[in-house]
Every structure is written in structure tokens, then in C-alpha cells.
Design a protein around this ligand. Structure first.
Ligand code: HEM
Length: 146
């Protein structure tokens, strides 16, 4: 499986394809919640943790918000819209400095988790469709040069 990180391009918002429906079918909602939780746990041990909530409860809330969004994007119930309103993700990042390097670490941490998921039996086609989605959409989040 080849999960390459596309070089960051500041200010470029390429068109994004949502993950294929099979990803949610194979993972289930609980599986996606665990994937996001594992990613946030890895973030907590990484160099980019400083931009995330430092309070334990707020960090758990952030996990839930992100997982709600990911389930919704994968064709599941609109939990994020219900709990947080319209996504408008780029605007939600205004308070945070997201550089190309921050994105690189964020993606590298996801890549390790996805390699494990494929090892555990999630199909390469589903994992790759999820990767292609976050690889492109994460570039939209970059809001700080350098
Ligand atoms: C460039 C890499 C990324 C970084 C460094 C990053 C970082 C962050 C940070 C610091 C927060 C705020 C945590 C909080 O207080 O809730 C956040 C929230 C969130 N992120 Fe990301 N993020 C990245 C990419 C993405 C991508 C690609 C998605 C979607 C596919 C995403 C979905 C979310 C969602 C749904 C929230 C919660 C927003 C809310 O409820 O207000 N993030 N992210």
C-alpha cells in the first residue's frame, strides 16, 4: 500500500473526493471513533500537541468532534452538523497556526494507524480512499506560511 504525502501547497484548495462508502461499512462507527481516538493519542505524544486543547476533558471533546465529522463525511449520520453546526472547517482553524510541517506530522501519525488498519483486514481500497481524502483536505487547513 502506497500512502504518499502530497507536498503542501499554501493556499491551494484542490477538489476533495469523499472516502468510498465501503470504508464506513468495513470500519463501523465505533471503528472510526477508535481510529480518531488513536490519532489524537498519538498527537498528544507528538510535537504538534501544543496547538490542541491541553485540558484533558477538552481534548476528549475534540476527539469526539473530529470523530463525529469523520463518520458524517464517510456517509454516516450528520453527527457533526447536529452537535457543532455547519462544518466551515477552514474558518474553524483561524485560531490555530497550521503550517506545512504541522500537516506533515498530522498525516504521518494517521499513516501509521492506517497501515495497522490494513494489516487488521480493512481493504486497501477503503484505506487508500480515506488517505486520499485527508491527504488533499488537510492542505486546505494550512493557514500559516513557513
Ligand atoms: C493539517 C492537519 C490538521 C491539523 C494540524 C488539525 C488540527 C486541529 C486542531 C488544533 C483542532 C482544534 C481542536 C479543538 O479544540 O477541537 C482541530 C479540530 C478539528 N479538526 Fe483538525 N486538523 C487537521 C486536519 C484536519 C482534517 C483534514 C480534518 C477533516 C477531515 C479535520 C477535522 C477536524 C474537526 C472536525 C475538528 C473539530 C472542529 C470543531 O468541532 O470545532 N482536521 N483540528
Amino acid at each position: 500500500m502506497n500512502l504518499e504525502i502530497t507536498p503542501a501547497q499554501f493556499g491551494v484548495r484542490s477538489s476533495v473526493s469523499k472516502p468510498i462508502p465501503e470504508f464506513l461499512l468495513e470500519m463501523g462507527e465505533d471503528g472510526i471513533r477508535k481510529m480518531v481516538s488513536d490519532h489524537y493519542d498519538a498527537i498528544q505524544k507528538s510535537d504538534i500537541f501544543e496547538i490542541f486543547p491541553q485540558d484533558a476533558q477538552e481534548f476528549e471533546d475534540a476527539k469526539k468532534h473530529s470523530a463525529d465529522f469523520m463518520i458524517q463525511i464517510c456517509g454516516g449520520p450528520a453527527y457533526f452538523n447536529q452537535n457543532r453546526g455547519a462544518p466551515q472547517m477552514v474558518g474553524r482553524y483561524n485560531p490555530f497556526r497550521i503550517t506545512a510541517q504541522t500537516r506533515q506530522v498530522w498525516l504521518e501519525l494517521y499513516r501509521e494507524i492506517l497501515i495497522e488498519l490494513e494489516r487488521d483486514g480493512v481493504t486497501e481500497r477503503s484505506v487508500t480512499s480515506w488517505w486520499n481524502y485527508i491527504n488533499v483536505f488537510s492542505n486546505w487547513m494550512i493557514n500559516t506560511q513557513g
